[in-house]
Design a protein around this ligand. Structure first.
Ligand code: SF4
Length: 328
């Protein structure tokens, strides 16, 4: 993925948790500067890449940029796509900035996928987070993107004001029914200078802690995977000045690893239980999942010990599947 950040581009206000200028590390720049820099970067770096990436326009409300700028950014991306140096073109936007005719035009200009920053499908949570649209609007936006022949991405934000982990699982069940092509999960953080930081300082908002977030995101991710919906990002990347700007909330550099290792343990545990009372003799583990198997700082070791697995009876293979061996 080649991300192009247009912080607050097209946004009519600032959402209570959002600090795109800090998150993206690019500060606020005018559109001409971003386009010029992008052209130079693409020309310099793309021909050297071994495989063509996708390009994504993020950090704002792409579909509310002045039309001429939407066209300029897409024309540049399309030029490289037609040269075979980019595969797909994505943009992110808000659910209330999705108009069928406009989406159809953008598809004709080369756009492949729209990521909707839905964040929540619960009206109470959307209202408490002052998102400015209803859950119905978000559902309709998903339908519009699909009906106009584009792929659909959904961004969700667990831990928003007024949201409990069980509320969020209900929302994820609904995301599964919306059948997006990909999902990103960004747990809610309290960032310096945002309205949410004011609420947090006055005691009106308490973010989820890391453990609660990992449990909730693990359950959600497993639910999405079971429907074959890829989760392509968990947590904000530590770009720019993000880290010093976090006042509170469940940011962890290994969040994705911790979620995947928790899910992996759960799956192995379920298979171990299917073996009845037979003890486990060993496990073949694809080498690329070694990190997830034992978990961040070996957190899974104790858990795996409960099903008789230890570094002594795990073998790493180049295969893509796990094999669990039981004593006969
Ligand atoms: S959350 Fe999205 S719509 Fe809201 S201010 Fe940030 S970039 Fe703009």
């Amino acid at each position: 993925m080649w991300p192009v950040f247009i912080p607050f581009g097209g946004c009519s206000g600032r959402c209570i948790y959002c600090a795109q200028d800090l998150q993206t590390g690019t500060g606020t720049q005018d559109l001409a500067t971003i386009l010029h820099g992008l052209r130079q970067n693409l020309e310099h770096s793309l021909p050297r890449k071994q495989s063509a990436p996708e390009i994504g326009f993020y950090g704002g409300t792409f579909t509310r940029l002045p039309h001429v700028w939407q066209r300029r950014f897409l024309a540049l991306a399309l030029e490289y796509k037609q040269r075979g140096l980019l595969t797909k073109i994505r943009c992110s936007t808000r659910p209330d900035a999705v108009d069928p005719e406009q989406i159809r035009d953008l598809r004709k200009l080369g756009l492949d996928l729209v990521e909707l920053g839905i964040q929540s499908l619960d009206d109470r949570v959307l209202q408490a987070s002052r998102r400015g649209y209803s859950s119905d609007k978000a559902r309709r936006a998903c339908k519009t993107v699909r009906e106009q022949g584009l792929e659909l991405g959904i961004q969700m934000m667990p831990g928003l004001p007024g949201q409990s982990p069980s509320d969020w699982q209900g929302e994820i069940r609904e995301v599964c029914r919306l059948r997006p092509d990909s999902v990103r999960i960004y747990p809610c953080l309290v960032l310096e200078g945002t309205p949410l930081s004011g609420l947090w300082k006055r005691g009106f908002y308490l973010p989820w802690d890391t453990n609660r977030t990992i449990r909730a995101v693990s359950r959600a991710t497993l639910r999405l995977w079971r429907k074959e919906i890829p989760v392509i990002r968990m947590g904000l990347p530590p770009e720019g000045t993000l880290l010093p700007s976090i006042l509170a909330g469940p940011w962890h550099y290994a969040l994705g690893n911790m979620v995947r290792s928790r899910i992996l343990f759960y799956i192995l545990f379920c298979y171990a239980m299917q073996g009845g009372k037979r003890p486990i003799r060993g496990l073949d583990c694809p080498r690329r999942y070694q990190g997830e198997l034992w978990g961040h700082r070996g957190v899974n070791r104790r858990r795996l010990g409960k099903i008789d697995l230890s570094p002594q009876n795990v073998r790493y293979t180049e295969q893509s599947r796990f094999t669990l061996y039981f004593e006969t």
